[in-house]
Design a protein around this ligand. Structure first.
Ligand code: ATP
Ligand code: MG
Length: 258
C-alpha cells in the first residue's frame, strides 16, 4: 500500500463553527484503490470533514489535495469534476424525478456538453442523452433497480433510495467516493449487499472513504481506519490495530454505540 503515492492528502484540516472546534488539525492520506473508514462518536466531526473535502464549505485552515490538485476552495461541482463524488448521511435524492432521471443527473457531471446543454433538444444532445442512458443502465442492473427505472424516487423504499443515490454518484465515473453512513437505515440483508458492492467498487480500482457506525461493516471492508473524537484524530491503523486500541475501545467501541 505504501509503495503508491497517496491519492488524497488531508493536511491539518481544521474547522471552527463560531466557538465550536468541530475538526481540529486532522491529517491523513488515502491510498489509491483502498477503503479507508472514518469512525468516532456522534458529533466527532466526521460529516464536517466530508463537507470540507467535497467543497460544501471551506475549512478554517488546512488543505486537501486530490490527484495532486488542491481541492481547498473549490465548489462541490468542481470537486466532482475532479473525479470525487459523495453521498449524504441524510440521503439527498430528487423525490419527484424518476430513478433514471436521478441517476442521469450524476452522469451530466462527466458529459461534455454539461447539464445546461443536455436540456436543449438538439439532435446532438438527444444522441448524447441516449448514450448516457446506455452508460448508466449497467449501474441500475448492478444495484437491482432496473425494474424501477421509471418510478418516482419518492415511491421507493428507503434502501432503494440509497441505491439510487449511490448510482447517481457512480454515474459520474468517480475515481474516489465519499460515503457518509451508507448503511444507516438499511436492514441486515441490505447492509450485507452494500458491503459486497463496496468491495466490488474497490476491486474495480476505485478508492473509497467511508464514514459508518456499523462496526462489523467497517471492520469487514476497511483497509485502514481513522478515529475522530471531539474533532481530533485519536488513532489510525488497520482494523485489527483499531479494535485493540485501548483509547478507542474506551471512547467508542466499548460504548453503547458499538
Ligand atoms: N453547519 C454547522 N454549523 C454549526 N455547527 C455545526 C455544523 N455542522 C456541524 N456542526 C457541529 O459540529 C460538530 C461535528 O458535527 P458532525 O456533523 O461533523 O459530526 P459527525 O461526526 O458527523 O456526527 P454523527 O455521527 O452524529 O453524524 C457537532 O457539534 C455539530 O453540532
Ligand atoms: Mg455525520
Amino acid at each position: 500500500m505504501e509503495t503508491y503515492a497517496p491519492l488524497m492528502k488531508i493536511d491539518k484540516l481544521d474547522k471552527y463553527f463560531g466557538g465550536l472546534h468541530a475538526v481540529s488539525e486532522v491529517s491523513f492520506d488515502v491510498h489509491p484503490g483502498t477503503i479507508k473508514a472514518v469512525i468516532g462518536p456522534n458529533g466527532a466531526g466526521k460529516t464536517t470533514m466530508f463537507n470540507m473535502i467535497a467543497g460544501f464549505f471551506p475549512p478554517t485552515s488546512g488543505s486537501v489535495r486530490f490527484n495532486d490538485v488542491m481541492l481547498t476552495g473549490m465548489k462541490p461541482f468542481n470537486v466532482a469534476g475532479q473525479g470525487l463524488l459523495r453521498t449524504f448521511q441524510n440521503l439527498k435524492v430528487c423525490d419527484n424525478l424518476s430513478v433514471l432521471d436521478n441517476i442521469l443527473l450524476g452522469h451530466h457531471t462527466r458529459s461534455r456538453s454539461g447539464f445546461g446543454a443536455g436540456m436543449l433538444s438538439t439532435r446532438k444532445s438527444r444522441i448524447e442523452e441516449r448514450r448516457a442512458v446506455e452508460q448508466v443502465m449497467p449501474l441500475l442492473e448492478w444495484l437491482s433497480i432496473v425494474e424501477m427505472k421509471d418510478t418516482l424516487v419518492g415511491n421507493l423504499s428507503f434502501g432503494e433510495q440509497r441505491s439510487v443515490e449511490l448510482a447517481r454518484a457512480l454515474a459520474a465515473d468517480p475515481a474516489m467516493l465519499l460515503l457518509d453512513e451508507p448503511a444507516a437505515g438499511l436492514n441486515m440483508h441490505e447492509t450485507e449487499e452494500l458491503a459486497g458492492r463496496i468491495s466490488e467498487l474497490k476491486a474495480q480500482g476505485r478508492t473509497i472513504l467511508i464514514v459508518e457506525h456499523d462496526m462489523s461493516l467497517v471492520m469487514d471492508i476497511s483497509d485502514e481506519i481513522v478515529v475522530l473524537n471531539f474533532g481530533k484524530k485519536i488513532a489510525e491503523g488497520s482494523p485489527a490495530e483499531i479494535q485493540n486500541n485501548e483509547e478507542v475501545i474506551r471512547i467508542y467501541l466499548g460504548g453503547s454505540d458499538a
